[in-house]
Design a protein. Sequence first.
Length: 319
Amino acid sequence: MSIKNMIVAAGLAALGFAGVSGAQVLGGDYHTQGSSQSIEVIAGEFRATGLIEGDIEGIAGDIDIDATVEGDIEVVGGDVNIAGDVEGYIETAGGDIDIEARVGGQISAFGGDVRFSGHGLSGLEMAGGHVELTASSIVEEDVNLAGDEVVIAGTVRGDVEVLAAHLRIESSAVIEGTISLEGPREAIIEPGATLTSPVDYTYEDFDFSFKHLMHEMDIDPVLGVIGMAIFAGSVLFGMLLIAILPNWITSVSQSFRRRPAVSGLVGLIMLAMLPVIMGVLSGILAATIVGIPLVALMWILYLPMHYVAFTLGVIAFGD
């Protein structure tokens, strides 16, 4: 049971991943050389080659897709590499994202380092710390880019909108539409770059910080911090459990993997019935003097018990 897999599964639990059809894979490393149906995967490492006759949905520590995908791709991972031919759209998030595929639909990517080197037949949206359209990239429609550092070296046949602290347009770039930039400084345009119109620059005090992102996304910073704290707390708590009680955690994970459907069903029943059970117990205990403080203690522990259960579920998924 690795920390990496637990973090991956925590992201999955936060997204509420669930599938009703297709090939479903849970845990471990998963490599496929083709599939006649859609793939839904949760894994430490996921690789796909060959022909995928459907969609790919999943979360993994490392994702490497070099395939012909007849559907869409929706993936979240630490490192994400997508090559080959994708007929549908791509939606992805991760630490390091590299897309080299020919893509028929819209491309949306968010991560730390995000690069596009393929051929996009529709629009492209990318955001990250470092965002780059490489020299080999071609995008047939409009492009929206946001990041601390944005580099454009490829060909864009539509309009380009950029929100960035630093924008560099390299000599190999060809932009056939308009280009607009919002940021604290004007773009650096290398000699040889082909632009059909000058850059429309608007000053914006942009630093790509958490506070700025919350403002741009119209999210209350306090709620954003609380949400991140809850998520980070569950991850740290899970790490602590793994370090202190490794054998027990392994037992919980193995029990879930042996009977995932039964374990999940029992968990859902307990989630629904627990308030009723606690209400009945509260009525019984409140009838006695000794039971009154026990009622208070039971309800005080109610939310922490949910938190522990969530963390254990995350660990079971990630193992």
